[in-house]
Design a protein around this ligand. Structure first.
Ligand code: UDP
Ligand code: MG
Length: 329
């Protein structure tokens, strides 16, 4: 049987501190897989430079000259982690049999790739890397991240618990995934929608080897919000529910007021009315904001803008001499 050609897709944004440390580790793992006969010799490690402001791209170009297994593409500007991974996967999908996406900071256990490839050989087309423990994360990061997964699932965006973007995906799945044309992407919630046989492998999450996280609480909240509003319309149902509840209370209040007026029991309390108006005003604004978010997303989707633009590649001509467009809609 022909060994599958593996492309490891690694997004990098301002990673000059950590890339020189982790790149040799990725290469070591790939060579191990090659010599074990699990993947083919022409497998590659694809770095996606996400419009870094430092010399990350120069480091990637240096790496590509040092070893044929290293290659890289560069986005024309910073578009965020999800778009960087997407750009890499779309670049890879016609040139390999399997892809593994992983962050470049060494937090995800690189050796878990072994188990992932084994699961592929056992027939799985998607293998989710799942963190078995978060001992090395701070209490705050651990709690907020776990709350994040619970909240997402409650809100109807189904994601694999404790799975980030470390996963093996076959080219067959990617070919179908390419038909998911949305601009608002949340990869970990989208791959389960493609279907096919999938499984999980578990690994220990380490600390970042160098550099610092680009995902502070603010960005994590934004990602959670994006994940929910891209994958589910449950918040709108919840708003409808709240609307019905509040209207019911209002209705009872009106009846109560009429009864009191008839009895002749006029209440001299403007404070209670003031509170109720403020409360209702708040709920209305919040509801409109959430619905507005969906309208905004629809607007962005309707533009059909490219999800990424690749400005440079480390190879020329392309490895398999195939012509292709750099823009993808
Ligand atoms: N990253 C990216 N574009 C961005 C931010 C991050 O490509 O705008 C990459 C980054 O280089 C890393 C991965 O996404 O490989 C995860 O980022 P990070 O380690 O900062 O997040 P954390 O692990 O702390 O959630
Ligand atoms: Mg990280």
């Amino acid at each position: 049987m022909r060994q599958p050609r593996l492309w490891i897709v690694i997004p990098c944004y301002n990673e000059r501190d950590v890339l020189p440390i982790t790149a040799p580790l990725f290469l070591k793992e790939l060579k191990k897989l090659i010599s074990a006969g699990k993947v083919s010799e022409d497998s590659r490690i694809l770095f996606v430079n996400d419009g870094s402001g430092d010399d990350t791209w120069d480091i990637i170009m240096g790496l590509s000259k040092s070893d044929d297994h290293f290659i890289g593409i560069s986005q024309s500007r910073n578009r965020g982690h999800q778009n960087a991974v997407l750009a890499g996967l779309m670049e890879a999908k016609d040139k390999c049999d399997i892809t593994i996406s992983i962050d470049c900071d060494g937090q995800d256990d690189i050796s878990a790739m072994d188990k992932m490839v084994d699961e592929y050989h056992n027939g799985s087309e998607i293998v989710y890397g799942v963190r078995s423990s978060r001992k090395t994360d701070t209490w705050f990061k651990r709690t907020t991240a776990q709350g994040f997964y619970r909240f997402l699932n409650h809100m109807g965006a189904e994601v694999v618990y404790n799975h980030a973007d470390y996963r093996l995906v076959s080219a067959r799945v990617l070919a179908h995934f390419a038909d998911f044309k949305e601009v608002n992407i949340f990869l970990r919630g989208m791959f389960p929608l493609v279907g096919f046989k999938s499984t999980s492998v578990y690994y220990e999450r380490h600390e970042r080897m160098a550099g610092r996280s680009h995902y502070p609480l603010r960005k994590m909240l934004a990602l959670a919000f994006d994940g929910i509003t891209s994958l589910s319309i449950k918040p709108i149902s919840i708003i409808c529910g709240i609307g019905v509840g509040v209207s019911l209370i209002g209705f009872i209040g009106v009846i109560w007021a009429i009864v009191m007026a008839v009895i002749g029991n006029t209440v001299a309390g403007w404070a209670s009315i003031f509170c109720i108006i403020c409360f209702l005003g708040g709920i209305q604004l919040l509801s409109m904001g959430i619905i507005g978010e969906y309208v905004g997303k629809t607007y962005l989707e309707s533009k059909h803008r490219p999800r990424y633009i690749i400005s440079e590649k480390t190879w020329d001509p392309l490895p398999d001499n195939r012509e292709e467009t750099d823009r993808e809609g």
